[in-house]
Design a protein around this ligand. Structure first.
Ligand code: SF4
Length: 332
């Protein structure tokens, strides 16, 4: 399986009235074709900013984005059209991402005109119909407006629009979090079906870690603009290594005895996420980490590669793991 996307030391800083916002700072990861990486974190973790840079909504401050062997770290307008159309995006809230004054046909046909150069009206309508079928919506929806549809249906239209340019990579930015629980499963099932049929690669951005268990092949945990742990999904849930990951997993309700058995214990969240303007020095998690020591306040942890391609950014993960699994006396 070949690597379709590689992100190297990607960084995004924004100027604001209160200072420089360190939205994303020096993150690296890659995705293989046809797979899903979950970017997970609380609000302000930088996960959406990462997705927006890859989609070309804004350029990185530093670092590289290599897509299909092409460096696309440049300003979005300078990306070749042949590359632009290969990256699709689905936003969180379909009620704001779809133009309310356009029919569903107009919405889906725009990328067909821009990226696929389809100008023949009959061909355009046929393609719109096929795209609606792909997301399991009836063809007569093409004459309706977004306001005529439910939230889940609108999100399916947004997915059909993203598919119109025949992308190979789709960035899904919290695609179910604005929807009722009752329709979330339908969206996820449709996305998984499309991935299987079309060999799509997904970047799935979410604050909902439990969703990743069934969706992602690999999970990266982000906190204040940094990735702190990345692992294959199974390892990630069965044996989290970073205290922040453990904290997040321990707060997920378990469904089976097996999940309950492996759930991390003894990790409690301390306080709120600090501001991304002047983030804490050293390990950015140290203000909330129950295991923080003096060194954590000044030295930034480097990523340590462990078996199976996983990586963890914590000075003391081995000692923490030992203590939590053996209930050993406090050394840390
Ligand atoms: Fe906690 Fe220190 Fe590890 Fe950061 S480096 S997660 S503060 S123990």
């Amino acid at each position: 399986m070949s690597e379709i996307l590689k992100v190297i030391s990607l960084t995004k800083h924004f100027k604001s009235s209160v200072g420089i916002v360190h939205a994303v700072d020096d993150i690296s990861f890659s995705i293989e074709e046809g797979k899903t990486i979950g970017l997970v974190g609380e609000s302000g973790s930088g996960k959406s900013t990462t997705g927006h840079m890859i989609a070309g909504i804004y350029p990185p401050t530093r670092g590289k984005i290599i897509f299909d062997g092409v460096d696309i770290s440049v300003d979005a307008n300078k990306r070749p059209l042949s590359v632009k159309k290969k990256i699709g995006m689905v936003f969180q809230d379909p009620s704001t991402s779809l133009n309310p004054r356009q029919t569903i046909e107009d919405i889906i046909s725009l990328p067909l005109k821009v990226h696929m150069r389809i100008t023949n009206y009959a061909e355009m309508r046929k393609t719109v119909r096929e795209l609606l079928e792909k997301v399991q919506l009836p063809p007569d929806f093409m004459n309706r407006y977004p306001r005529d549809l439910g939230g889940g249906e609108r999100q399916l239209v947004a997915i059909a629009r993203a598919l119109a340019s025949e992308p190979t990579l789709i960035i899904l930015d919290e695609p179910t979090s604005a929807l009722d629980v009752s329709v979330q499963a339908k969206i996820i099932t449709t996305l998984l079906k499309l991935q299987k049929e079309m060999g799509l690669t997904y970047i799935f951005i979410t604050h909902d870690l439990s969703l990743m268990r069934n969706v992602a092949d690999k999970v990266a945990i982000m906190y204040l603009g940094k990735i702190y742990e990345m692992a294959d999904t199974q390892n990630f849930f069965e044996e989290p290594l970073h205290p922040y990951t453990m904290m997040l997993i321990s707060s997920i309700p378990t469904l089976t005895d097996e999940e309950e058995k492996i759930k991390p214990r003894g990790i409690e969240s301390l306080g709120e996420i600090p501001s991304a303007v002047n983030p804490p020095k050293g390990c950015r998690f140290h203000t909330r980490c129950p295991f923080a020591r003096e060194e954590c306040k000044t030295n930034e942890p480097k990523g340590e590669k462990i078996d199976g391609g996983r990586i963890v950014f914590c000075h003391f993960w081995r000692e923490i793991k030992y203590k939590l699994t053996t209930n050993a006396p406090e050394k840390i």
